[in-house]
Ligand binder design. Structure first.
Ligand code: NDP
Length: 448
């Protein structure tokens, strides 16, 4: 891929890029099928992505008519790469095998290895014969909603499609690599004022938070709402806080260190709780929750903002869901997209039905939602939350950091981009948005 990088860096035209020979293989971060049992009997926390994630050369797959090859300049670590690398809750090879049985093109995905990664920024190199809106040379970011547009079930909301998948998690050929193969309807324009790595970290978490909070498919947040946000300096939470602030709502951010409290204050989130300092113990033992602790959290929220949250932004799952349902305001919404601490959830249903609360399920975003969320990044209204950058060779270490909650915001990964700071096409607009705002998490990450 060296010749591709040289061509991109020398400003080659789309036609020149299209004329470049594609290599037979490319560098990619992957897990191997034969390793799927390597952590059997090991506690989740001790399953080490540095052992399971490898960087190897793999064959370039054939291109379907509705797809594009993209030279990946940068990518990011999402929690789904942690799940794949620790083979929890299941090895992801089952997803690939199912896709493999669906169609001739699907069969390409069922391989002895799984190339992971669900975010990327880069340059289109080739498009299939059915692609209309994109061409070689286009600078793009990639969202991870992989849908079959010939399936009628996807034409109300593509997240409802029967065969909806997350690219790089439930499909092969993901973004943590020098090249990727994606459907053309995953492509979005790269925000021109951002570097490759700043542009690469947004699509998955930003779009998910947008759907959860802003979209009518999520909690339909409105001006004046109080929004309680778990993991407020993490991947999802860092965007959720920005949506609350932009949309005239009042965010209450929960984090777990004084450092993260300071970061949120710098973002403009005034109401912040340090859950470690407060020492909430929602579970008195493995099987029993403690309503007194839910009440204590509720009181702390009222003390901060004077009322109960209209929306609770939920993703930690088992550890927090009981508290989330309890503290949510009468008639409010708990919107959930995940269960990091366990998916067998318990809450007191009396607090739900008697106070007419709603639990709303959300998952990634449809193309329109991802597009609208990307537009807000391109307009400088939502900032990337990039806090650290690793080269592709260190992908295991980067995933380890996320697995151990040792990060803030998003960790970027350089793929073809040889160094940070490249790919900024509109420095004037960048200056207008403000270097300080764009790099807030990066500067904070460098200090801590
Ligand atoms: P991050 O690790 O970046 O952030 C999550 C934050 O949640 C942590 O930083 C931590 O913040 C907080 N947290 C973790 N465990 C607990 C706990 N037991 N109690 C309270 N807070 C906790 O991850 P992401 O934000 O990227 O993703 C979060 C989850 O959402 C993951 O499970 C991921 O797989 C899922 N996800 C789902 C998506 C979907 O489309 N369905 C899309 C994206 C993510 P602190 O320690 O500061 O409190």
């Amino acid at each position: 891929m060296r010749h591709v990088l040289d061509a991109i860096q020398s400003g080659a035209s789309g036609d020149d890029l299209a004329a470049l020979p594609l290599p037979e293989s490319y560098r990619a971060a992957l897990v191997r099928r034969e390793d799927a049992a390597m952590f059997e009997g090991v506690a989740s926390v001790d399953k080490d992505p540095r052992r399971s994630l490898r960087v190897e050369e793999v064959a370039v797959p054939e291109l379907a008519p509705d797809e594009a090859y993209v030279a990946v300049m940068a990518s990011s670590i999402n929690f789904n790469t942690v799940w794949t690398s620790i083979f929890e809750p299941l090895p992801t090879f089952g997803f690939l095998d199912r896709l493999g049985k669906e169609s001739v093109w699907g069969a390409r995905h069922a391989l002895p290895y799984h190339v992971v990664g669900s975010d990327a920024s880069g340059v289109v190199l080739r498009v299939g014969s059915a692609v209309r809106n994109w061409k070689p040379g286009d600078r793009v970011v990639i969202h991870c909603n992989h849908v079959d547009d010939q399936d009628p079930s996807g034409h109300d909301d593509s997240m409802i499609a029967a065969n909806q998948r997350i690219w790089g998690f439930e499909t092969n050929f993901g973004g943590l690599a020098d090249l990727t193969v994606v459907k053309a309807n995953q492509l979005m324009p790269k925000p021109a004022h951002l570097s490759w790595e700043e542009a690469a970290v947004n699509a998955l978490c930003n779009s998910t938070s947008y759907r959860m909070l802003v979209s009518r498919n999520g909690a339909s947040m409105k001006q004046g709402d109080v929004v309680f946000i778990w993991g407020a300096s993490g991947g999802l939470g860092g965007y959720a806080c920005q949506y609350a602030l932009n949309g005239g709502a009042t965010p209450i951010g929960v984090v777990s260190s004084p450092d993260k409290v300071a970061l949120l204050h710098e973002m403009g989130v005034e109401a912040v709780l340090d859950r470690k300092e407060q020492g909430y113990r929602f579970w008195s033992d493995e099987h029993t929750q403690d309503e007194k602790e839910w009440r204590r959290l509720g009181k702390d929220v009222r003390a901060l903002v004077g009322e109960d949250p209209d929306i609770v932004f939920e993703h930690p799952g088992r550890q927090t869901m009981g508290a989330s349902v309890f503290i949510c305001a009468r008639g409010g919404t708990v919107v959930t997209c995940a269960a990091t601490s366990g998916y067998m959830i318990e809450y007191d249903n009396r607090h739900l039905w008697m106070k007419l609360k709603t639990i709303k399920a959300s998952h990634f975003a449809n193309y329109r939602e991802a597009w609208d969320a990307n537009k807000l990044i391109a307009q400088g209204r939502i900032q990337p939350i990039l806090s650290a950058v690793h080269p592709l060779e260190q992908v295991g270490e980067a995933a380890y950091q996320v697995h151990h909650n040792a990060h803030e915001g998003k960790i970027g990964v350089l793929c073809l981009a040889p160094e940070e700071g490249l790919g900024i096409d509109d420095p004037e607009f960048r200056a207008k948005v403000g270097e300080d705002k764009i790099t807030l998490f990066r500067r904070h990450g460098a200090q801590s």
